[in-house]
Design a protein. Structure first.
Length: 196
């Protein structure tokens, strides 16, 4: 008899668990359905086009953040290098300003060269070579690149770590005298030639 009671109690527990699980599934499905309906209504409200306006009640005024004399001005800076007679030019646009404001903040070494309605050109003379002049030398068994400032001054630009043992014989004698290059493109070309 006790065995039957245990089986009946066990069956009641199983039925109870099944009822609870069915109830949870019904709640989950109902929640998902309600959530989808709310989401569909929100999307539908976003996609509703506003009704056309027949009349305008107020006058709208657009306020500009620029003053009437402010313009977009192209500013050119020319660095003229006396020793090599080369000019390096940098251009940029100053937005919403005046030529007078630009002139106030320019470095005093720059002189005004040209001025038009929408552009200003400043120029500075520098008593040296431009930064595009290099000399490749073979020193202490490695190729070293110097940047030539003027006829007497040069600074180390880069230690290439290219050993003399990796350089062709015809280039070694040239590198011991020094190979002059006048652009970064030429410098990169010589480095590739030395490494090959």
């Amino acid at each position: 008899m006790q065995n039957i009671y245990l089986k009946g109690d066990y069956m009641n527990k199983i039925i109870y668990r099944i009822v609870i699980m069915c109830f949870a599934v019904v709640l989950l499905v109902t929640g998902a359905y309600i959530g989808l309906r709310i989401s569909d209504n929100a999307v539908a409200k976003e996609n509703v086009l506003p009704e056309p306006i027949d009349t305008v009640d107020e006058t709208t005024t657009v306020v500009s953040i620029y003053k009437s004399e402010d313009k977009d001005i192209e500013v050119t800076y020319e660095d003229y290098y006396i020793n090599c007679k080369e000019t390096i030019t940098n251009k940029n646009i100053e937005f919403g300003t005046t030529k007078e404001k630009i002139k106030e903040k320019v470095d005093k070494e720059y002189k005004l060269v040209e001025e038009t309605e929408n552009s200003i050109i400043f120029r500075k003379e520098i008593d040296s070579n431009c930064p595009n002049h290099f000399k490749l030398l073979l020193e202490k068994g490695y190729v070293i690149i110097y940047q030539i400032v003027d006829d007497e001054i040069s600074t180390i630009y880069k230690n290439t770590e290219i050993p003399e043992s990796n350089i062709r014989e015809e280039l070694i004698s040239e590198l011991k005298k020094g190979i002059m290059v006048n652009t970064l493109e030429d410098l990169n070309s010589y480095i590739e030639d030395i490494e090959s």
